[in-house]
Each structure stands twice: as C-alpha cells, then as structure tokens.
Design a protein. Structure first.
Length: 275
C-alpha cells in the first residue's frame, strides 16, 4: 500500500463507467459497428464499457436464465447494476414492500454472480420524505442473498429529501444515496454508503460527447476524488463534507437519458480521461 505523509494511503476504489441498457436503435448508428446483430450488442458494449445499468428490470421481472445469459456474454471483470422493479418502489407505503423485495431478489438476479453490482431503488418523484417510512423500507433491503453480498443505492426525486435526517437514516442503513446530475431533480452529493453511484442526465444532442469536454474533466476529477475516499468540494450538499474515509470507494458513473444517443460517446470520453 502506498505511503502518504508517513501513513498508509487508503486503498483506492475502482471507477466504473457505463450507460443505461444496451438496446437503443440510434446506437446502431453512433456506437455499434454497422451490421452488429442485436443478439451481440451486449457482447460488444460490455467490451467497450466497464458497467451497464439494467433498466428493463424496472418494468418486468426477468427469468434466471436471462440473467445467466447476460453473465455469460460479458467479460470476467464486467459489472451490472440492476434497477429494482417499480412494483417495489412505486407504492403508497414503502413499509409494505417486504414480500415484493423478496420476490425481486428471488427472481434470478443472483445468476449475475460476481458481476452483480449495486441494486438501484428509484423512488417516485411524488414520494416525499417520511423518516419512519423510509427507515423501515431501507431495513427491508438485505445485505446479502445467500453468499452474494448486495449493495444498495437509493435514488430520491422529491425536494423534501434535502434534509440532514435523511442522510442519517441512509448512513445507518448503509445505503448509498445516488448523486443526481439533472435539471429537474434534486441534486446533492452527500455520501452515505461505502460506494458512490452517480447518474448523469444532462447529455445534449448538440454536443458530440454528450457533455462538454470541460464538464467531463470535472466529473473525472470528482470520480478520482471519490475513489480516493474523499469528497469533491464543487458539488451541492445538504451537510458539511465528511473526513476522508479510511478506504477508497468504488465509483459507478452512468450516463442516463438526456440525449440518450450521446450516452456511449460520453462514457467513452470519460473513460479516456480517467486513463
């Protein structure tokens, strides 16, 4: 381990960069080599990027054989994140979700094995912060499924979550709050978990790389800072920054929505900056 200032430096986390899904018709013009069959798009995308957020699971459960197929189509060091189903997160009372959480986690997601990264639990934009409801919901998210460790990321989209008590609950439950870069959703970068999950949603069709070059350089610096166990000083927050962590954090950065056709180019450019 490197030594900094007479002390052992923290282990740096792994930075992974990706996109949402791999099936999108415009990418056949801007990302996939001409003539790539749809059945091989995941194979290609997973060899250009280091992670993909699976969004289809939000709309319907997948069978174990499908998860196993995705596992086998991708490189050994590739990682998926998986978006939890809407029947879990879009309900009037999140405290009633236990059986739904169990149904999702037993549907076959563990067939991704070591390639299972964080599970994303995205709350509705109309769901306000209720401390007791949220605490009990997060307590339903298990730390493991059999021998497979689970990591949970929570995306909130109502302004009432900009509250210190929310951060305290997320930290107590060891759930990472998503860092959101979006014009219409609340954005704050307070860290609550052992990893960082960032969803970047401002890609513009008029920019070849989705985000302007200077903005991508900022996100590269932020990712490196997070991976070192520290926190960037140039993002909005609810509370003061934490002291540097004893260990670095794994970082997951996804280019989601915005001008979706630009997402692969944005991800590839960010990866090149990180190299």
């Amino acid at each position: 381990m490197p030594i900094e200032g007479g002390r052992a430096a923290p282990r740096r986390g792994r930075i992974r960069v990706g996109i949402g899904g791999w099936t999108f018709a415009p990418w056949r013009e801007t990302f996939y080599p001409r003539g790539t069959p749809a059945s091989r798009e995941l194979e290609y995308a997973s060899r250009q990027l280091t992670s993909i957020e699976i969004n289809g699971t939000f709309y319907r459960l997948q069978k174990p054989a499908v998860f196993a197929k995705w596992h086998d189509a991708t490189p050994d060091d590739f990682v998926f994140s998986v978006k939890a189903p809407r029947f879990v997160v879009q309900r009037k009372d999140l405290r009633t979700a236990q059986s739904a959480v169990e149904r999702f986690l037993s549907s076959g997601v563990v067939e991704l094995q070591s390639k299972l990264g964080p599970i994303l639990w995205q709350l509705s934009a109309t769901k306000p912060f209720d401390s007791e409801e949220l605490d009990r919901f997060l307590a339903l998210l298990p730390p493991a499924a059999g021998k497979l460790r689970l990591r949970h990321a929570l995306e909130v989209r109502h302004p009432s979550f900009a509250h210190p008590e929310f951060l305290s609950i997320a930290r107590e439950q060891r759930v990472a709050v998503v860092v959101e870069d979006d014009d219409s959703q609340p954005g704050f970068a307070d860290l609550t978990g052992s990893f960082v999950y960032a969803r970047l949603r401002r890609s513009a069709a008029s920019v070849a790389t989705g985000y302007p070059g200077d903005d991508l350089k900022k996100w590269a610096r932020r990712a490196v800072t997070w991976a070192a166990g520290k926190e960037p000083a140039d993002l909005p927050r609810i509370a003061p920054r934490l002291k540097a962590a004893a260990r670095g954090r794994d970082v997951f950065v996804y280019f989601i929505n915005g001008a979706k056709e630009r997402a692969p180019a944005a991800a590839l450019r960010l990866m090149s900056l990180l190299r």
